[in-house]
Design a protein around this ligand. Structure first.
Ligand code: ATP
Ligand code: MG
Length: 417
Protein backbone atom coordinates (compact mmCIF):
# COMPACT_ATOMS: atom_id res chain seq x y z
CA UNK A 1 0.00 0.00 0.00
CA UNK A 2 1.22 3.50 -0.81
CA UNK A 3 1.81 5.66 2.23
CA UNK A 4 2.39 9.35 2.69
CA UNK A 5 6.03 10.44 2.79
CA UNK A 6 7.63 10.50 6.24
CA UNK A 7 6.89 13.71 8.12
CA UNK A 8 3.85 14.77 6.09
CA UNK A 9 0.32 15.12 7.47
CA UNK A 10 -3.12 14.08 6.27
CA UNK A 11 -5.49 16.61 7.77
CA UNK A 12 -8.96 15.04 7.76
CA UNK A 13 -12.23 17.01 7.83
CA UNK A 14 -12.67 16.98 11.64
CA UNK A 15 -9.26 18.53 12.08
CA UNK A 16 -9.52 20.67 8.96
CA UNK A 17 -12.50 22.41 10.46
CA UNK A 18 -10.37 23.46 13.44
CA UNK A 19 -7.65 24.61 11.03
CA UNK A 20 -10.20 26.62 9.05
CA UNK A 21 -11.51 28.25 12.22
CA UNK A 22 -7.99 29.17 13.33
CA UNK A 23 -6.96 30.48 9.91
CA UNK A 24 -10.10 32.55 9.53
CA UNK A 25 -9.62 34.18 12.91
CA UNK A 26 -5.93 34.89 12.30
CA UNK A 27 -6.61 36.46 8.91
CA UNK A 28 -9.41 38.65 10.17
CA UNK A 29 -7.35 39.81 13.17
CA UNK A 30 -4.45 40.68 10.86
CA UNK A 31 -6.80 42.69 8.62
CA UNK A 32 -8.10 44.45 11.74
CA UNK A 33 -4.53 45.47 12.60
CA UNK A 34 -4.05 46.90 9.11
CA UNK A 35 -2.16 44.03 7.47
CA UNK A 36 -2.71 42.92 3.87
CA UNK A 37 -2.35 39.33 2.72
CA UNK A 38 0.49 38.30 0.46
CA UNK A 39 0.77 34.97 -1.36
CA UNK A 40 4.27 33.86 -2.28
CA UNK A 41 5.66 30.97 -4.32
CA UNK A 42 6.04 27.51 -2.80
CA UNK A 43 9.57 27.29 -4.17
CA UNK A 44 12.27 29.87 -4.80
CA UNK A 45 15.85 29.89 -6.01
CA UNK A 46 17.95 28.20 -3.32
CA UNK A 47 20.17 31.27 -3.27
CA UNK A 48 17.36 33.27 -1.61
CA UNK A 49 17.31 31.09 1.49
CA UNK A 50 21.08 30.74 1.67
CA UNK A 51 21.33 34.52 1.82
CA UNK A 52 18.04 35.33 3.52
CA UNK A 53 17.90 32.67 6.23
CA UNK A 54 21.65 32.49 6.69
CA UNK A 55 24.42 29.99 6.13
CA UNK A 56 24.81 29.11 9.80
CA UNK A 57 21.10 28.47 10.43
CA UNK A 58 19.80 24.93 10.98
CA UNK A 59 17.56 25.46 7.98
CA UNK A 60 20.34 26.07 5.48
CA UNK A 61 22.76 23.67 7.15
CA UNK A 62 20.55 20.59 7.10
CA UNK A 63 16.83 21.17 6.60
CA UNK A 64 16.27 22.40 3.04
CA UNK A 65 14.44 20.43 0.37
CA UNK A 66 16.51 21.49 -2.62
CA UNK A 67 16.42 20.10 -6.14
CA UNK A 68 17.38 20.87 -9.71
CA UNK A 69 14.54 21.42 -12.16
CA UNK A 70 14.67 20.19 -15.77
CA UNK A 71 16.60 23.26 -16.81
CA UNK A 72 19.19 22.82 -14.11
CA UNK A 73 17.96 25.60 -11.83
CA UNK A 74 18.65 24.99 -8.16
CA UNK A 75 15.35 25.47 -6.34
CA UNK A 76 14.21 24.96 -2.74
CA UNK A 77 10.77 24.30 -1.26
CA UNK A 78 10.18 27.25 1.07
CA UNK A 79 11.35 26.43 4.60
CA UNK A 80 9.87 29.70 5.97
CA UNK A 81 8.09 32.80 4.75
CA UNK A 82 10.15 35.88 5.55
CA UNK A 83 12.80 35.51 2.85
CA UNK A 84 10.16 35.03 0.14
CA UNK A 85 8.12 37.98 1.40
CA UNK A 86 11.18 40.23 1.42
CA UNK A 87 12.09 39.11 -2.10
CA UNK A 88 8.55 39.88 -3.27
CA UNK A 89 8.54 43.27 -1.54
CA UNK A 90 11.73 44.24 -3.35
CA UNK A 91 10.80 42.71 -6.71
CA UNK A 92 7.37 44.37 -6.77
CA UNK A 93 8.73 47.75 -5.64
CA UNK A 94 6.59 47.75 -2.50
CA UNK A 95 9.56 49.43 -0.83
CA UNK A 96 8.29 52.64 -2.47
CA UNK A 97 4.90 52.50 -0.76
CA UNK A 98 4.20 54.65 2.26
CA UNK A 99 5.50 52.98 5.38
CA UNK A 100 4.87 50.97 7.41
CA UNK A 101 4.15 48.17 4.98
CA UNK A 102 2.30 45.43 6.88
CA UNK A 103 1.87 42.02 5.26
CA UNK A 104 0.66 38.62 6.44
CA UNK A 105 0.76 35.17 4.94
CA UNK A 106 -0.62 31.69 5.42
CA UNK A 107 1.70 29.07 3.96
CA UNK A 108 2.94 25.52 4.08
CA UNK A 109 6.66 25.15 4.81
CA UNK A 110 9.07 22.28 4.22
CA UNK A 111 11.99 21.29 6.38
CA UNK A 112 13.91 18.05 6.49
CA UNK A 113 13.89 17.27 10.22
CA UNK A 114 13.04 14.43 12.58
CA UNK A 115 9.25 14.16 12.73
CA UNK A 116 7.67 14.11 16.20
CA UNK A 117 4.59 15.61 17.88
CA UNK A 118 4.51 19.26 16.79
CA UNK A 119 7.33 18.82 14.27
CA UNK A 120 6.77 17.63 10.72
CA UNK A 121 8.49 17.95 7.37
CA UNK A 122 5.59 19.80 5.81
CA UNK A 123 3.91 22.15 8.25
CA UNK A 124 1.77 25.27 8.25
CA UNK A 125 2.61 28.78 9.31
CA UNK A 126 0.74 32.00 9.76
CA UNK A 127 3.17 34.89 9.68
CA UNK A 128 3.27 38.67 9.49
CA UNK A 129 5.92 41.26 8.69
CA UNK A 130 6.08 45.02 9.22
CA UNK A 131 8.55 46.97 7.08
CA UNK A 132 9.81 50.51 7.56
CA UNK A 133 8.86 50.96 11.21
CA UNK A 134 11.73 51.21 13.66
CA UNK A 135 10.46 52.49 16.94
CA UNK A 136 9.99 50.16 19.93
CA UNK A 137 6.19 50.46 19.88
CA UNK A 138 6.19 48.70 16.50
CA UNK A 139 7.92 45.62 17.99
CA UNK A 140 5.51 45.76 20.92
CA UNK A 141 2.49 46.08 18.62
CA UNK A 142 3.52 42.95 16.71
CA UNK A 143 3.73 41.05 20.01
CA UNK A 144 0.42 42.54 21.09
CA UNK A 145 -1.18 41.27 17.90
CA UNK A 146 0.11 37.72 18.52
CA UNK A 147 -1.01 37.89 22.13
CA UNK A 148 -4.45 39.09 21.01
CA UNK A 149 -4.65 36.32 18.39
CA UNK A 150 -3.71 33.58 20.83
CA UNK A 151 -6.14 34.69 23.48
CA UNK A 152 -8.94 35.04 20.91
CA UNK A 153 -8.21 31.47 19.86
CA UNK A 154 -8.19 30.30 23.45
CA UNK A 155 -4.51 29.27 23.42
CA UNK A 156 -2.65 29.95 26.64
CA UNK A 157 0.97 30.88 25.95
CA UNK A 158 3.54 33.03 27.69
CA UNK A 159 5.65 35.66 25.98
CA UNK A 160 9.44 35.53 26.36
CA UNK A 161 11.60 38.27 24.91
CA UNK A 162 15.25 39.09 24.47
CA UNK A 163 17.51 41.41 22.49
CA UNK A 164 20.39 39.96 20.53
CA UNK A 165 21.90 43.29 19.58
CA UNK A 166 23.05 44.46 16.17
CA UNK A 167 26.01 44.37 13.82
CA UNK A 168 27.81 46.82 16.11
CA UNK A 169 27.48 45.09 19.45
CA UNK A 170 27.42 41.47 18.19
CA UNK A 171 31.20 41.06 17.60
CA UNK A 172 31.98 41.90 21.23
CA UNK A 173 29.29 39.51 22.39
CA UNK A 174 30.52 36.78 20.06
CA UNK A 175 33.96 37.14 21.63
CA UNK A 176 32.48 36.79 25.13
CA UNK A 177 30.63 33.65 23.99
CA UNK A 178 33.73 32.18 22.34
CA UNK A 179 35.75 32.77 25.49
CA UNK A 180 33.07 31.11 27.59
CA UNK A 181 32.17 28.11 25.36
CA UNK A 182 35.85 27.64 24.44
CA UNK A 183 36.36 26.28 27.96
CA UNK A 184 33.87 23.46 27.22
CA UNK A 185 35.25 22.32 23.86
CA UNK A 186 35.51 18.73 25.01
CA UNK A 187 31.82 18.64 26.01
CA UNK A 188 30.05 20.53 23.22
CA UNK A 189 28.26 18.54 20.49
CA UNK A 190 30.00 18.45 17.07
CA UNK A 191 27.53 20.97 15.61
CA UNK A 192 28.19 23.42 18.42
CA UNK A 193 31.94 23.00 18.01
CA UNK A 194 31.42 24.22 14.47
CA UNK A 195 29.11 26.98 15.67
CA UNK A 196 31.85 28.11 18.03
CA UNK A 197 33.75 29.24 14.93
CA UNK A 198 30.89 30.25 12.59
CA UNK A 199 28.21 31.73 14.88
CA UNK A 200 28.55 31.09 18.64
CA UNK A 201 25.15 32.70 19.24
CA UNK A 202 23.59 29.58 17.73
CA UNK A 203 24.98 27.42 20.57
CA UNK A 204 22.40 29.06 22.87
CA UNK A 205 19.69 27.52 20.67
CA UNK A 206 21.12 23.96 20.72
CA UNK A 207 18.66 21.27 21.75
CA UNK A 208 21.22 18.81 23.15
CA UNK A 209 20.85 18.62 26.96
CA UNK A 210 24.62 18.89 27.55
CA UNK A 211 24.99 22.03 25.43
CA UNK A 212 21.85 23.41 27.05
CA UNK A 213 23.37 22.85 30.48
CA UNK A 214 26.59 24.61 29.52
CA UNK A 215 24.64 27.47 27.92
CA UNK A 216 22.74 28.09 31.16
CA UNK A 217 25.65 30.11 32.56
CA UNK A 218 26.79 31.69 29.29
CA UNK A 219 27.17 35.48 29.03
CA UNK A 220 23.83 37.18 28.36
CA UNK A 221 23.19 39.24 25.25
CA UNK A 222 21.36 41.88 27.25
CA UNK A 223 24.58 42.58 29.18
CA UNK A 224 26.48 43.27 25.95
CA UNK A 225 24.17 45.63 24.06
CA UNK A 226 25.40 48.90 22.59
CA UNK A 227 23.64 52.04 23.82
CA UNK A 228 21.11 52.32 20.93
CA UNK A 229 20.21 48.62 21.21
CA UNK A 230 19.84 48.90 24.98
CA UNK A 231 17.61 51.93 24.57
CA UNK A 232 15.49 50.11 21.98
CA UNK A 233 15.11 47.06 24.22
CA UNK A 234 14.12 49.18 27.20
CA UNK A 235 11.65 50.97 24.94
CA UNK A 236 10.03 47.67 23.90
CA UNK A 237 9.77 46.49 27.51
CA UNK A 238 8.32 49.89 28.47
CA UNK A 239 5.61 49.63 25.79
CA UNK A 240 4.67 46.11 26.86
CA UNK A 241 4.51 47.25 30.50
CA UNK A 242 2.37 50.25 29.58
CA UNK A 243 -0.06 48.07 27.63
CA UNK A 244 -0.28 45.53 30.46
CA UNK A 245 1.12 42.69 28.33
CA UNK A 246 2.95 40.25 30.56
CA UNK A 247 6.30 38.85 29.46
CA UNK A 248 9.55 37.58 30.84
CA UNK A 249 13.04 38.42 29.62
CA UNK A 250 14.73 35.17 28.61
CA UNK A 251 18.39 35.71 27.72
CA UNK A 252 18.53 32.25 26.08
CA UNK A 253 16.20 33.16 23.23
CA UNK A 254 18.25 33.78 20.11
CA UNK A 255 15.97 32.40 17.34
CA UNK A 256 16.99 29.98 14.66
CA UNK A 257 17.46 32.31 11.70
CA UNK A 258 20.63 34.26 11.10
CA UNK A 259 19.02 37.54 10.14
CA UNK A 260 17.54 38.61 13.47
CA UNK A 261 18.69 41.79 15.17
CA UNK A 262 17.69 43.44 18.41
CA UNK A 263 14.26 42.19 19.54
CA UNK A 264 13.55 38.46 19.46
CA UNK A 265 10.58 36.77 21.07
CA UNK A 266 8.72 33.51 21.45
CA UNK A 267 5.30 32.49 22.69
CA UNK A 268 5.50 29.24 24.65
CA UNK A 269 2.63 26.92 25.48
CA UNK A 270 2.82 24.69 28.53
CA UNK A 271 0.23 22.25 27.18
CA UNK A 272 1.82 20.62 24.13
CA UNK A 273 4.97 18.79 25.18
CA UNK A 274 8.55 19.31 24.03
CA UNK A 275 7.82 21.34 20.87
CA UNK A 276 6.34 24.13 22.93
CA UNK A 277 7.12 27.26 20.88
CA UNK A 278 3.89 28.18 19.12
CA UNK A 279 5.22 31.43 17.70
CA UNK A 280 8.64 32.95 17.12
CA UNK A 281 9.61 36.32 15.81
CA UNK A 282 11.80 39.34 15.96
CA UNK A 283 13.38 42.27 14.23
CA UNK A 284 15.50 41.80 11.14
CA UNK A 285 16.80 45.22 10.10
CA UNK A 286 19.37 44.58 7.38
CA UNK A 287 17.64 41.66 5.66
CA UNK A 288 16.02 43.78 2.95
CA UNK A 289 19.41 45.24 2.12
CA UNK A 290 21.03 41.79 2.24
CA UNK A 291 18.58 40.64 -0.43
CA UNK A 292 19.31 43.56 -2.74
CA UNK A 293 16.78 46.16 -1.56
CA UNK A 294 17.17 49.51 0.19
CA UNK A 295 17.98 49.94 3.88
CA UNK A 296 14.49 49.12 5.15
CA UNK A 297 13.83 47.74 8.63
CA UNK A 298 11.59 44.79 9.35
CA UNK A 299 9.96 43.02 12.26
CA UNK A 300 7.71 39.98 12.16
CA UNK A 301 6.77 36.56 13.44
CA UNK A 302 5.65 33.12 12.35
CA UNK A 303 3.18 30.93 14.17
CA UNK A 304 3.21 27.15 13.78
CA UNK A 305 -0.40 26.21 13.09
CA UNK A 306 0.05 22.51 13.87
CA UNK A 307 1.25 23.43 17.35
CA UNK A 308 -1.66 25.87 17.78
CA UNK A 309 -4.05 23.04 16.89
CA UNK A 310 -2.33 20.75 19.41
CA UNK A 311 -2.77 23.43 22.08
CA UNK A 312 -6.45 23.82 21.16
CA UNK A 313 -6.95 20.07 21.30
CA UNK A 314 -5.31 20.00 24.73
CA UNK A 315 -7.84 22.66 25.75
CA UNK A 316 -10.67 20.44 24.47
CA UNK A 317 -11.66 22.66 21.53
CA UNK A 318 -13.51 20.91 18.71
CA UNK A 319 -15.24 22.20 15.59
CA UNK A 320 -18.40 20.36 14.67
CA UNK A 321 -19.62 19.63 11.20
CA UNK A 322 -22.50 21.90 10.18
CA UNK A 323 -25.49 19.54 9.98
CA UNK A 324 -27.89 19.60 7.01
CA UNK A 325 -31.18 21.48 7.38
CA UNK A 326 -32.92 18.67 5.64
CA UNK A 327 -32.32 15.18 4.27
CA UNK A 328 -34.55 14.23 1.32
CA UNK A 329 -35.32 10.53 1.45
CA UNK A 330 -36.87 8.95 -1.62
CA UNK A 331 -38.49 5.72 -2.77
CA UNK A 332 -38.37 4.76 -6.44
CA UNK A 333 -36.69 6.19 -9.48
CA UNK A 334 -39.04 9.09 -10.13
CA UNK A 335 -38.85 10.20 -6.51
CA UNK A 336 -35.08 9.91 -6.51
CA UNK A 337 -34.87 12.16 -9.55
CA UNK A 338 -37.25 14.64 -7.93
CA UNK A 339 -35.06 14.68 -4.80
CA UNK A 340 -32.01 15.43 -6.94
CA UNK A 341 -33.69 18.39 -8.68
CA UNK A 342 -35.19 19.71 -5.43
CA UNK A 343 -31.79 19.57 -3.72
CA UNK A 344 -30.38 21.98 -6.31
CA UNK A 345 -33.32 24.36 -6.03
CA UNK A 346 -33.15 24.31 -2.23
CA UNK A 347 -29.43 25.04 -2.21
CA UNK A 348 -30.10 28.07 -4.42
CA UNK A 349 -32.37 29.24 -1.58
CA UNK A 350 -29.64 28.78 1.03
CA UNK A 351 -30.91 25.51 2.48
CA UNK A 352 -28.31 22.89 3.45
CA UNK A 353 -29.66 19.71 1.95
CA UNK A 354 -28.60 16.11 1.42
CA UNK A 355 -30.35 13.46 -0.65
CA UNK A 356 -29.79 9.75 -1.14
CA UNK A 357 -26.85 9.16 -3.47
CA UNK A 358 -26.25 5.55 -2.55
CA UNK A 359 -29.59 3.89 -3.30
CA UNK A 360 -30.24 2.91 0.30
CA UNK A 361 -33.47 1.42 1.65
CA UNK A 362 -35.85 3.92 3.22
CA UNK A 363 -34.92 2.70 6.69
CA UNK A 364 -31.22 3.15 5.96
CA UNK A 365 -31.88 6.66 4.58
CA UNK A 366 -33.60 7.60 7.84
CA UNK A 367 -30.67 6.24 9.81
CA UNK A 368 -28.26 8.22 7.64
CA UNK A 369 -30.25 11.44 8.26
CA UNK A 370 -30.04 10.76 11.98
CA UNK A 371 -26.30 10.11 11.78
CA UNK A 372 -25.78 13.36 9.88
CA UNK A 373 -27.69 15.13 12.63
CA UNK A 374 -30.18 16.62 10.14
CA UNK A 375 -32.85 18.96 11.42
CA UNK A 376 -35.60 17.58 9.17
CA UNK A 377 -36.10 14.53 7.05
CA UNK A 378 -38.74 14.35 4.30
CA UNK A 379 -39.74 11.25 2.39
CA UNK A 380 -40.66 11.54 -1.28
CA UNK A 381 -42.70 8.54 -2.48
CA UNK A 382 -45.50 7.83 -4.95
CA UNK A 383 -48.20 9.49 -2.85
CA UNK A 384 -46.14 12.68 -2.33
CA UNK A 385 -45.51 12.90 -6.06
CA UNK A 386 -49.21 12.38 -6.72
CA UNK A 387 -50.58 14.81 -4.10
CA UNK A 388 -47.85 17.42 -4.41
CA UNK A 389 -47.58 17.64 -0.61
CA UNK A 390 -44.76 16.53 1.67
CA UNK A 391 -44.18 16.27 5.42
CA UNK A 392 -41.02 17.62 6.94
CA UNK A 393 -40.43 15.38 9.91
CA UNK A 394 -38.46 17.06 12.69
CA UNK A 395 -35.48 15.14 14.08
CA UNK A 396 -34.98 17.72 16.82
CA UNK A 397 -38.31 17.79 18.63
CA UNK A 398 -39.81 20.64 16.61
CA UNK A 399 -43.29 20.35 15.08
CA UNK A 400 -43.60 18.41 11.85
CA UNK A 401 -44.54 20.60 8.88
CA UNK A 402 -46.68 19.69 5.89
CA UNK A 403 -45.97 21.84 2.85
CA UNK A 404 -46.32 21.74 -0.93
CA UNK A 405 -43.72 19.62 -2.66
CA UNK A 406 -41.62 22.40 -4.16
CA UNK A 407 -38.45 24.29 -3.23
CA UNK A 408 -40.38 27.44 -2.31
CA UNK A 409 -42.60 25.67 0.21
CA UNK A 410 -39.86 23.55 1.74
CA UNK A 411 -37.37 26.43 2.00
CA UNK A 412 -39.93 28.63 3.73
CA UNK A 413 -40.81 25.90 6.22
CA UNK A 414 -37.17 25.11 6.97
CA UNK A 415 -36.27 28.76 7.51
CA UNK A 416 -39.11 29.14 10.05
CA UNK A 417 -37.66 28.68 13.53
P1 ATP B 1 12.19 25.04 16.55
O1 ATP B 1 13.17 25.61 17.52
O2 ATP B 1 10.99 24.43 17.20
O3 ATP B 1 12.82 24.17 15.50
P2 ATP B 1 12.36 27.24 14.74
O4 ATP B 1 13.13 28.28 15.44
O5 ATP B 1 13.03 26.38 13.75
O6 ATP B 1 11.60 26.31 15.80
P3 ATP B 1 10.85 29.16 13.21
O7 ATP B 1 11.68 29.03 12.01
O8 ATP B 1 10.95 30.38 14.02
O9 ATP B 1 11.05 27.86 14.12
O10 ATP B 1 9.31 28.93 12.81
C1 ATP B 1 8.25 29.57 13.51
C2 ATP B 1 7.29 28.57 14.10
O11 ATP B 1 6.97 27.56 13.16
C3 ATP B 1 7.86 27.78 15.28
O12 ATP B 1 7.75 28.51 16.46
C4 ATP B 1 6.97 26.57 15.28
O13 ATP B 1 5.74 26.85 15.93
C5 ATP B 1 6.73 26.33 13.83
N1 ATP B 1 7.61 25.29 13.31
C6 ATP B 1 8.93 25.36 12.96
N2 ATP B 1 9.39 24.20 12.48
C7 ATP B 1 8.33 23.34 12.51
C8 ATP B 1 8.14 21.98 12.12
N3 ATP B 1 9.12 21.26 11.60
N4 ATP B 1 6.92 21.42 12.29
C9 ATP B 1 5.89 22.13 12.82
N5 ATP B 1 6.00 23.41 13.20
C10 ATP B 1 7.19 24.03 13.04
MG1 MG C 1 13.82 24.44 13.73
Amino acid sequence: MLQKPKGTLDILPDQSRIFDKVEKLLCSKAEEYGFGRIRIPTFEYSELYKRGVGQSSDIVQKEMYSFFDNDGRNLTLRPEGTAGVVRAVIENALVNESMPLSLYYLISCFRYEMPQAGRSREFYQFGAEVFGADIPSCDADVMRMVSDMLSSLGVKASLEINSIGCRHCRPKYHKALRDYFGKFRDQLCPTCLERLETNPLRILDCKSPICKGIAADAPRTVDHLCAPCREHFEGVCGCLDAAGISYTVNPRIVRGLDYYQRTVFEFISGDIGAQSTVCGGGRYNGLVEELGGPDLSGVGFAMGLTRIILALKAAGVTADETPPDICLASMGEAASKRAFVLAGELRERGVRVMFDQVGRSLKAQMKFADKKNARFVAVIGDSELENGRITLKSMKGEENREVSLDAEGIALAVKKA
